[in-house]
Design a protein around this ligand. Sequence first.
Ligand SMILES: Cc1cc2nc3c(=O)[nH]c(=O)nc-3n(C[C@H](O)[C@H](O)[C@H](O)COP(=O)(O)OP(=O)(O)OC[C@H]3O[C@@H](n4cnc5c(N)ncnc54)[C@H](O)[C@@H]3O)c2cc1C
Length: 612
Amino acid sequence: MQKTDTYSLKNALVSFKLLSTAAILFSIALLGWSWYVSLSVLKFNRPSDMCVLLGDDLWALAHYKSGLFGLLIFFQIVAYGGLYLTSRVLFARTSLRRRMKNLIQAVATTLLVLNLLVWCTAPLLRFSQTIAGYVGLATAVAMIALCLPPLYQMWFYKRWPNPKPSRVVIVGGGFAGVYAALGLDKALGYHPHLSITVIDRKNFFLFPPLLPSAATGTIEMPQVTQSYRRIFETTNIQYKKATVTQIDPKTQTVRMHVHLEGEDLNGEPAGSEVDLPYDYLVLAPGSTNQTFNTPGAEDHAIFVKELIDAIRIRNRIIDCFERAAVVLDETIRRELLHFAVVGGGPTGVEIATEIQDLIHEVLLKRYPEIHREHPQVSIIQSGPQVLPGWLDSVVRRTTDQLKKLGVKLVLNNRVTEVRHNAVVLKDGPAIATRTILWCAGVKPSPLLANCSLPLDKSGRVPVDNCLRAPGHENVFVLGDSALCIGEDGKPLPPLGQVAFQQGDHMAKNLARLLCREPIQPFKYFNFGALVSVGEHYAAVDLLGVKLTGFIGWFVWRTLYLVKMIGLSTKVRIMVDWTLDLLIERSIAVIDEAPHAAADSPEHRRETVPVAR
Ligand SMILES: Cc1cc2nc3c(=O)[nH]c(=O)nc-3n(C[C@H](O)[C@H](O)[C@H](O)COP(=O)(O)OP(=O)(O)OC[C@H]3O[C@@H](n4cnc5c(N)ncnc54)[C@H](O)[C@@H]3O)c2cc1C
C-alpha cells in the first residue's frame, strides 16, 4: 500500500496555491500597515528604542485618536487571524516532524493571543505598554516560522516529468541504504508514479562507530540506533522489516522472508515469503564478520558488529568481574579478568581502550576484592603494528597511548583457535581468557551469493564508475557489498564514509535517470581517518590536519555526532556524554532477551535462510 503523500503541498492545485499565497501576502501587508500607522501617526521626539516606542504610541493613540486605535486593533485581528488560519491549514500538510510542527504551532498560538491581549490592554496597563513591542516582534517571528515552510515546500521543488512508474527497492538500511533513500526522496519528493521501499531485517538504523562506547556504557544502547519509522516519518519512503533471501534480476523481484514465532507444521522455522517487484534495485546489505574459518571463533568469540554484540560484551565484562570477585582459584580468576581483542584495526583499538577505561574508571572501584594489577586487556594483531595501513605518525601516537594505558600488544602473531577459555596462538603459549572479542575484519554479506550477480573473489559485486552491477543498468550496489575501484586504482575500503558518499551519489544519479538526464561517475572524497584511544584521547588525520590528544578526541566526538542520524539521538548522545563526566555508569547486567529478538540467530551468524 502506498504511504500517505507527505509532500501533498507540492501536488496541490495551482489555484489553491495561488489563493493561499495571496491570503498570506495580504495578511502580511495589512499587519505591516497597522504597525507602520501605529508608529508613525503620532510623532513624539523622544529617545526610545522601537519596541518601547510601540507601547508608548499605543497608549497615546488610545487617548488622542481612539477611533484610529480601535481600527488598528481590528486590522491586527484580521491580519493575524488571516495569517494564522491560512498558515495552519497549509502547515498541517507540510512535511515537518510531528513534534516540530506541534512546537511551532503552540508557540505561535500563545504569542498571538498574548499579542492581542497586550494591544487591548495597552491603554490601561503600563506593563502592556512596556512589552508590546517585544511581544509584537516575537509574534511576527513565530508567524514567519508558521508560514515560510509551507510557502517554500509549495513552490520550490524539483519537477519530475517522467510518467513511467518507477519502483525503487533498497535492500539494507545501513549508511549506504539510508543515505540513498533520503537523498532520492529529497531530490524527487512525492510522485504518484514513484515508490521507494527500504527493506532491513532490523527495525532500526545502527551507528556502528559508537558500538564500542555503547558496549562499555559510556552511552546507553538505544543511543546508537534510530528507528526507520522515525527516520522516514516526513518522507514518502516505505519501510519493511524482513530478511531478503534472494534477488532475481531477470524477473526483477526481491524475495523477503518474514520471521514468525516458533515452527510451522513441518517443524521448520515459521515464516512467510513475500516477493516484491522492482524497476530499480539498490543493493546495500553491508558485510559480516570475517573469521578466516578459525576453529571456535563463531562459537566462543563475541563480534563487535551489531547492537546485540554490544549488549553481550557489556554483560560479559561485568559478569567476569562478579565471578572473579567470588572465586578463590587464582588461575580461573586471571582467566576471568583477561580480555583479549583479536584484531588491531580501529575497532579493536577502540574497544580495547574503552574496556581499559571501564575497568579503571568504574569496575576497580566497585570491586574492591579485585587487585588493580590483575585485570588485563590484550590486542592480538597478525602484523607488526596496530592500525595497519594508517599514517605512521598516527600509528606511533596510538601505540604510545596504548602502552601508557597498559593495554598489552601481541604483535606478529596469529590466532589459530578460539576456545571457551583460551586463545591459541600460532607462536607462543595460548592466552587464558574467558572474553574474546573478534574484530579481525569483515567479508561481504552472504546475501550477495543469492542475487545472480557477478562476484569477485572476495565475494563483493564489482561495480562500474556509476556504481551499477555489470550488465544490469537498473541495479546499483553500494557500501561494503560493492567492489568499487578508487581513483588510485585500488578498491575502496569498507568504511562508513565510503558508504554514505555512495548512497548520496546514487540518489542523485537515479534522480537524473528518472528525469532523463545523463548520470555522473562516482568520485570518492577521503575525509581522513580517526580513532579514539581511551577517554579524552584520539588520533585524527582530517583533510591532512593531524590532531592527537584531547583536541583530537573532541573533534572525534563532534564528527560522530554530526554523522549520527536524527536530532533526538544526537541530543541523547550529548546528554549521555555529559552525564558520564558527572555520574558513574551503570554496572547492572541487563537481560539480552528483549534486544535479541531484533537480532535473530541467523542474523548473528549471517546465514541467509534458503529461499523456498
Ligand atoms: C564497530 C565498528 C566501528 C566502525 N567505525 C567506523 C568509523 O569510525 N568510520 C567509518 O568510516 N566506518 C566505520 N565502520 C565501518 C562502517 O560501519 C561500515 O563500513 C558501514 O556501515 C557500511 O555501510 P553499509 O550501508 O554498506 O552496510 P551496513 O551499515 O552494515 O548496513 C547493512 C544493512 O543491511 C541490513 N541487511 C543485511 N543483510 C540483509 C538481508 N539479507 N535482508 C535485510 N537486511 C539486510 C543490515 O541489517 C544493515 O542494517 C565501523 C564498523 C564497525 C562494525
